[in-house]
Ligand binder design. Structure first.
Ligand code: SF4
Length: 405
């Protein structure tokens, strides 16, 4: 039994024709609520974010309507960024000034990153950043029938292996407790050699807390633990290299997170401090009841966390042996193909450090290379993008120079 999730599709670094994975199906309520100094939980409402696996009963509009950029999640110092065409250089100067003052993690009040955000950087880093800076720009892919079809395929697969129940959460600690309970409930199933789906993973990697959801783990006939990531696609073809790069990075990050969890490397203090959670917070009645149904007698968030850490330490679950991505057609659910993904820990960590260097304020965000400008055509932020505008201006200037020579 898994806690229910608010199902919706969010932006896809791979473009509108493809939904990336189960993570894209979940909106974390925290990310969609305006933050106030008192209630700031370290999350931006900018993205329909992808790491929410906790159960929620959610009512009302997901993205609150407000006139204030700050309330809406855009930090005040960025409220005017990308305000209009023709302001490219001013905008860039302002962005640089803002960057010098606070890191993006601080500016967006993020306590953790979702795996899919980091992987989105492999597609276009600036697109991810705009997702936070310009939360009200409609995402082209969100309402597309392809994305909805992909969401249904993911949900159908999840329902094959467990029921989904809705649990009411009353606090941030409740929501994180539900994530942990989801993970905890799957450990014995995995230990019994059976398949699990939608497994939450989390942990500190290269100094930043990351959260994700593994589509599926099962054992092969050789006894290897296999991670299988489902990608649904509009076209009946495998993705190009740019999308593939991002998909490969995603499953490699999942392996890093899962392996460190089952090796007992998830630390209580890192969890509590990174996410600013109160271990002594009593669980709400809905979460407590849910835990009891799972046979767990816990009363506080700290109790759930301790139980999880103990279970992970003594689980004797193996590290993931094989990484696979399964591509299937959105319209028909037909299989398109399966790709096995290699793993080199040093390489993955180096790539992760490169992506995180933006979030910790060591550099500015980057848009796509000129050879990949085709990505901009399907980007929701095409009209607002200073990177794209600057390149277009440079190209015009260079053409004019050539003409006058
Ligand atoms: Fe990236 Fe192009 Fe979108 Fe700009 S328009 S955010 S460079 S994909």
């Amino acid at each position: 039994m898994s806690c229910s999730q608010e199902q919706t599709a969010t932006r896809d670094p791979g473009g509108a024709e493809e939904i990336s994975d189960s993570e894209f199906l979940d909106i974390e309520l925290e990310n969609l609520q305006p933050e106030t100094p008192e209630s700031c939980d370290g999350l931006s409402p900018a993205l329909g974010n992808d790491c929410g696996t906790e159960s929620e009963t959610v009512e009302g509009p997901l993205i609150p309507k407000t006139d204030s950029a700050e309330e809406a999640g855009t930090p005040p110092e960025l409220a005017g960024v990308s305000a209009g065409a023709g302001e490219g250089s001013t905008v860039l100067l302002r962005r640089k000034r803002v960057l010098a003052e606070r890191s993006p993690l601080e500016r967006f009040r993020l306590r953790y990153l979702c795996v899919t955000d980091v992987c989105g950087q492999a597609w276009c880093e600036l697109q991810v950043v705009y997702g936070f800076e310009l939360p009200h720009v409609p995402k082209r892919e969100e309402e597309s029938p392809e994305v909805k079809a992909g969401a249904s395929i993911h949900l159908a697969r999840e329902l094959e292996v467990h029921d989904v129940v809705s649990v009411s959460a009353q606090s941030r600690e409740d929501r994180w407790a539900l994530k942990i309970l989801n993970m905890l409930s799957m450990l014995p199933i995995l230990q019994a050699g059976r398949r699990v789906r939608e497994l939450p993973v989390f942990g500190m990697l290269e100094g930043v807390f990351l959260v994700g959801v593994i589509d599926e783990l099962h054992y092969s006939h050789k006894g290897e633990l296999v991670l299988s990531e489902l990608k649904t696609r509009g076209p009946r073809s495998l993705p190009g290299r740019a999308q593939e790069r991002s998909h490969h990075f995603q499953v490699r990050l999942y392996k890093l997170l899962f392996d460190s969890m089952v090796r007992g490397l998830l630390e209580r203090d890192a969890f509590v401090q990174s996410l600013n959670l109160r271990p002594e917070q009593p669980l709400g009645s809905g979460v407590m009841e849910h835990a009891q149904k799972l046979g767990l007698h816990v009363h506080t968030f700290g109790g759930v966390l301790e139980l999880a850490l103990m279970n992970l330490s003594y689980s004797e679950l193996p590290a993931i042996d094989v990484l696979k991505i399964e591509y299937c057609h959105q319209g028909s659910s037909d299989a398109i193909g399966t790709r096995e993904v290699s793993f080199d820990e040093a390489g993955v960590r180096a790539e992760l450090r490169n992506h995180l260097s933006y979030w910790i304020g060591q550099r500015e965000p980057r848009g796509v290379d000129i050879e990949e400008a085709w990505k901009c055509r399907s980007c929701s932020f095409e009209e607002h993008c200073e990177w794209r505008r600057e390149r277009a201006e440079n190209a015009t200037a260079s053409n004019q120079t050539k003409r006058f020579k």
